[in-house]
Design a protein around this ligand. Structure first.
Ligand code: GLO
Ligand code: MG
Length: 344
């Protein structure tokens, strides 16, 4: 079964453990060493930010950028790993302090579109078929600071510019309702796919759904995934978990809500996700308390829990399910699900 699903994570998921209230607690691990973890932990795909692949990107010429990207590609090939996607990391630059694409400052908007194009070039060199747009600061701290209508037009223009610049590259929008902003402009997959439908090539714009982000929007992650799957638009996932409405926790998949995790796996199975060849991506954080030598358990544990839930979905008694549905006895169906998850 492990062969049917392919898993990915980003190098930022192995991290030093800093949070807004405290400094790093673990040593930095170099990119080369992180790459060695992938196969050991059962992963085949690497998710990238543009500057994970090419550090100090804004300071590099196109030639330098391409050279570094080619070196990273050689490292991936050497490890037998694939690049899943590349995402422009606009939110750490001073130029993106109030957003990139939706900034009020035309110079910031120009820089953001330039980074998007450079991201496509890096993605092509790494062999990634799509770009992920997590629109971190494309929103507002206070409503009155931007014209939201203009912001949506700028977002659409930026995506169109990329689609015209690179006629093959695809874009998966990763919605999130808040954090770091008070409100983000693209909070749900419904918003993302509506925006996709307005672009010059809707067939090349889809979505990536993160469990925690859907929960933060007050929605059920499995329903969000099913919505995108039903349209052929679920191009990746960021599985993790979230304990209610608070900061984005990025907990181990299934750790807060096992039944919710079961239902996410269930819709992936219903939607034929493994047959699509797409990666099951994780976006999980190690607890700050983990010692350095134990700070990858969140990744392998999420994968293990996912695979156990695949087994649970596949072994759920179909006759019980259809009988309960025929009788409209959802109390019995619920008990059957819980008993199945409890192993009894
Ligand atoms: C943060 C996001 C972030 C993105 C990543 C890829 O809340 O989930 O981790 O997934 O930057 O674009
Ligand atoms: Mg994410």
């Amino acid at each position: 079964m492990a062969d049917e699903y392919r898993f990915s994570f980003g190098p930022w998921n192995v991290h030093e453990g800093a949070d807004p209230f405290g400094p790093v607690v673990r040593p930095t691990i170099g990119f080369g060493k992180k790459l060695k973890y992938y196969k050991q932990l059962g992963f085949d795909g690497v998710q990238f930010h543009d500057d994970d692949a090419v550090p100090d990107l804004d300071e590099k010429s196109d030639g330098e950028m391409e050279k570094t990207a080619r070196e990273v590609r050689a490292m991936l090939d050497g490890e037998g790993l694939l690049a899943e996607f590349v995402a422009p990391r606009l939110w750490e630059s001073p130029l993106g302090v109030d957003g990139g694409f939706t900034s009020n400052d035309p110079a910031s908007r120009k820089w953001a579109v330039g980074r998007l194009k450079r991201t496509a070039t890096i993605a092509n060199i790494l062999g990634a078929e799509f770009i992920v747009l997590w629109l971190a600061r494309e929103g507002t701290y206070i409503r009155e600071s931007k014209n939201a209508l203009d912001a949506h037009r700028h977002l659409l223009d930026a995506i169109n510019e990329l689609l015209e610049f690179d006629k093959k590259m695809q874009i998966a929008i990763e919605p999130k309702p808040n954090e770091p902003m008070d409100h983000a402009y693209i909070p749900t997959i419904g918003h993302a796919l509506a925006l996709a439908s307005q672009t010059v090539d809707p067939s090349r714009v889809g979505g990536l759904i993160e469990t925690a982000h859907a929960i933060l929007a007050g929605l059920d992650p499995s329903d969000e995934m099913a919505f995108a799957l039903s349209m052929g638009k679920l191009w990746s996932v960021h599985l993790n978990d979230q304990n209610g409405l608070k900061f984005d926790e990025d907990k181990t998949f299934g750790a807060a809500n096992l039944r919710g995790a079961y239902n996410q796996v269930r819709v992936l199975e219903l939607g034929g996700y493994p047959q699509s060849g797409r990666f099951v991506g994780l976006d999980v954080k190690a607890m700050r308390t983990q010692p350095a030598e134990l700070a990858t358990g969140h990744l392998s544990n999420s994968r293990t829990i996912f695979l156990k839930l695949v087994e649970k979905v596949r072994t759920f008694p179909k006759d019980v399910e259809s009988q309960c549905i025929a009788n409209r006895d959802y109390e019995a169906l619920e008990l059957a699900v819980i008993e199945h998850l409890l192993g009894g």
